[in-house]
Write a protein that binds this ligand. Structure first.
Ligand code: C2O
Ligand code: CU
Length: 468
């Protein structure tokens, strides 16, 4: 009887997840105002906007190949959408207002439905008024599990959505969204860093000998993290959801820009009762302890350490072929303070930086400032055509550049080939850096390409490309 309903009742009486085979995971997500104990003990609760009133939103978990169906019911006082960051969804499901769908008005709804072709760590967030909607807490993880038996053997699989908030002494989120100082500098940096929507307190309880899979997702508006795990040797197994040969982060620090993800395998090699710091040293003079690994007194979980993890199975991505048929293009990102931008075009007008700043803009892509989501494409690809892009950062700032609808290989940085040619949907460029990427344009439509520092995007750092 119970099996016929697709439910299995284990001994403790709770319904287990229904069998997955081909069954669409279906649910409602309601972005609504809520109050959460964001800062923790001793502080009042903070008014936020959260999916289902939660910060972060409920974690969505499906198996690779499953259909996901989510009905957005807008409980906010303004229009919104949901973008499925990193998932290669059909154009109409991509959640970009005006470009892929009309914005969903307050009280309105929209149903997203798509198949999750790639396994990995992804996330979702609105794409309308993003600096404010993410800055108030609208983000959630979307985990696509590897097929049965293909996931690495771990004792716990943890998701950490990293972010920060800008709060006043009353614990309220400051409403200075989209101010021109944030737009023209490093974006909106918060003064309280959060893990899963809370300022970490008391550390992370761990057990000696256990192996964790840690899925790190940077959901911050602007903060870049450079994480080090004192006394531990984490191995990267996936970047932006896609497998890489397991390897230690370069220089012992994991660099994670807004929008980016990293999956780590982390072995608890410390002794029972020990504590180890996890630090973020991205800002050299502002290094701080993010949290701690707090070992239980219990003896190690296993006598013999587990063997090193194997590489995860690859996702079904079309390999770019940079032959004579490929489209080659340079995309120059300019603007911001100290960038030397002389002029750029905004809505057909040539303007200097000072005049741009007066209009709340500060950045240009190939000389054009993007206002809003609609634009003439920067380039057009034939279906299946390979695109090799040289992204040139002509500014004094860092930029995580995100492409919609596609996943690209990172081929080279400043002319030097990358060791893993990793697949990504967001690539972090250092000031003045040049990064070469390539992908096959296999998803038809007009797609966004933009900086994921949300204030940079709002300040003009974006564009559209077309796959015919
Ligand atoms: Cu995560 Cu265009 O966005
Ligand atoms: Cu940027």
């Amino acid at each position: 009887m119970l099996a016929g309903l697709g439910l299995v009742l284990p001994a403790d009486g709770h319904a287990a997840a229904p069998a997955r085979a081909g069954r669409p995971a279906s649910r409602v997500l309601r972005p609504i105002p809520a109050r959460v104990p964001l800062l923790g003990d001793g502080y009042p609760e903070t008014a936020v906007w959260g999916f289902d009133g939660q910060l972060p939103g409920p974690e969505l978990r499906v198996r690779q190949g499953d259909m996901l169906r989510v009905e957005l019911q807008n409980g906010l006082p303004e229009p919104t959408t949901i973008h499925w960051h990193g998932l290669r969804v059909p154009h109409g499901m991509d959640g970009v207002p005006h470009l892929t769908q009309p914005p969903v008005p307050p009280g309105g709804s929209f149903t997203y439905a798509f198949r999750c072709d790639d396994a990995g760590s992804f996330w979702s967030h609105p794409h309308a008024n993003s600096p404010e909607q993410l800055g108030r807490g609208l983000y959630g993880a979307l985990i696509v599990e590897e097929p049965e038996g293909a996931a690495p053997q771990v004792d716990r699989d943890l998701t950490w959505l990293l972010s920060d908030v800008r709060v006043g002494p009353d614990a309220a989120i400051r409403a200075d969204f989209g101010n021109v100082r944030d737009i023209s500098h490093a974006g909106r940096l918060g003064n309280a860093v959060t893990i899963n929507g809370r300022v970490p307190q008391g550390g992370v309880p761990v057990r000696a000998g256990e192996r964790l899979r840690l899925r790190l997702i940077n959901a911050a508006n602007a903060r870049i993290f450079a994480l080090a795990f004192e006394g531990h040797a984490p191995l990267l197994i996936a970047l932006d959801g896609h497998p890489v040969p397991p390897h230690a982060p370069e220089g012992g620090r994991l660099l994670l820009g807004p929008g980016m993800r990293a999956d780590l395998v982390l072995d608890m090699t410390g002794a029972p009762g020990a504590r180890f710091a996890i630090t973020d040293s991205f800002f050299p003079r502002g290094s701080y302890r993010l949290t701690e690994l707090v070992y239980a007194e219990a003896p190690p979980l296993r006598a013999v350490p587990l063997p090193p993890p194997a590489m995860l199975p690859p996702n079904p991505l079309a390999e770019p072929v940079p032959d004579a048929e490929a489209l080659r293009m340079e995309i120059v990102f300019g603007g911001g303070m100290m960038g030397g931008l002389a002029e750029a075009t905004l809505d057909g007008e040539r303007l200097g930086l000072r005049e741009l700043l007066r209009r709340g803009m500060a950045w240009a892509v190939n000389g054009t400032v993007m206002a809003g989501h609609l634009h003439e494409p920067l380039f057009t690809l034939a279906r299946g055509q390979t695109c090799v892009l040289t992204l040139r950062n002509a500014t004094a700032w860092w930029h995580p550049i995100h492409l919609h609808g596609h996943t690209f290989r990172v081929l080279a940085r400043n002319g030097a080939p990358t060791p893993y040619r990793e697949w990504r949907d967001t690539v972090l460029m250092a000031p003045r850096e040049q990064v070469q990427i390539a992908f096959a344009g296999d998803n038809p439509g007009d797609w966004m390409l933009h900086c994921h520092v949300l204030e940079h995007h709002a300040g003009g750092m974006g564009g559209v490309f077309r796959v015919a």
